[in-house]
Design a protein around this ligand. Structure first.
Ligand code: HEM
Length: 119
C-alpha cells in the first residue's frame, strides 16, 4: 500500500530534475536535482503555477502551449524533447534537455518533466 511513497522517494533520489504539475498547472513535486538546476528551494515553488519555472521571455506564451496540449489527444508529448534555456533564480541561463509526458490520475491530467543539464 506504500507504492506512492516508494515512487516519490525513487523520483526524489534521481539525478534528473523531476517536476510534476497538476491539472491546474500547479507544481506538486520538485526534487533536489530540480532545486540544483533552478536554484529555487522546493518550498519556494511548490503550490505555485509552473510559470515560475519558465523563462520570462516565454511566460506569456507558455500557458497556451500547455492548454493546447491538454485539449489535444496525444499523451506522449513530443514538444520540448530538445535543448531549452532554463532561467535560474539568480538570472543566469543554463542549457538543459527536457523529456515531458502527460499523465492522468483520478480523472485529472498533469505533466511530468525530467530535466538534465546539457551545458
Ligand atoms: C511547451 C519551454 C518548463 C510543460 C513548451 C514550449 C516551449 C517550452 C518552448 C513549446 C513547445 C516546443 O517548442 O517544444 C519551456 C521552458 C521551461 C519549461 C524553457 C523551463 C525552463 C515546463 C515545465 C512543464 C512544462 C516544468 C511541466 C511540468 C509544457 C507543456 C507544453 C510545453 C505541457 C506543451 C507541449 C506540447 O504540446 O508539445 N515549453 N517549458 N514546461 N511545456 Fe514547457
Amino acid at each position: 500500500v506504500h507504492h506512492n511513497d516508494t515512487l516519490l522517494s525513487a523520483l526524489e533520489q534521481n539525478i534528473l530534475g523531476v517536476i510534476l504539475i497538476d491539472e491546474l498547472d500547479k507544481i506538486i513535486f520538485f526534487n533536489s536535482a530540480a532545486e540544483e538546476l533552478w536554484g529555487y528551494r522546493r518550498d519556494e515553488v511548490l503550490g505555485q503555477n509552473v510559470s515560475v519555472l519558465v523563462p520570462s521571455s516565454l511566460r506569456t506564451a507558455h500557458p497556451q502551449y500547455i492548454q493546447h496540449n491538454r485539449e489535444g489527444g496525444q499523451s506522449r508529448v513530443e514538444g520540448m524533447s530538445r535543448e531549452l534555456l532554463l532561467e535560474r533564480k539568480d538570472g543566469s541561463g543554463l542549457w538543459t534537455r527536457f523529456a515531458l509526458s502527460r499523465f492522468s490520475a483520478s480523472g485529472k491530467t498533469g505533466y511530468l518533466a525530467l530535466v538534465r543539464d546539457a551545458s
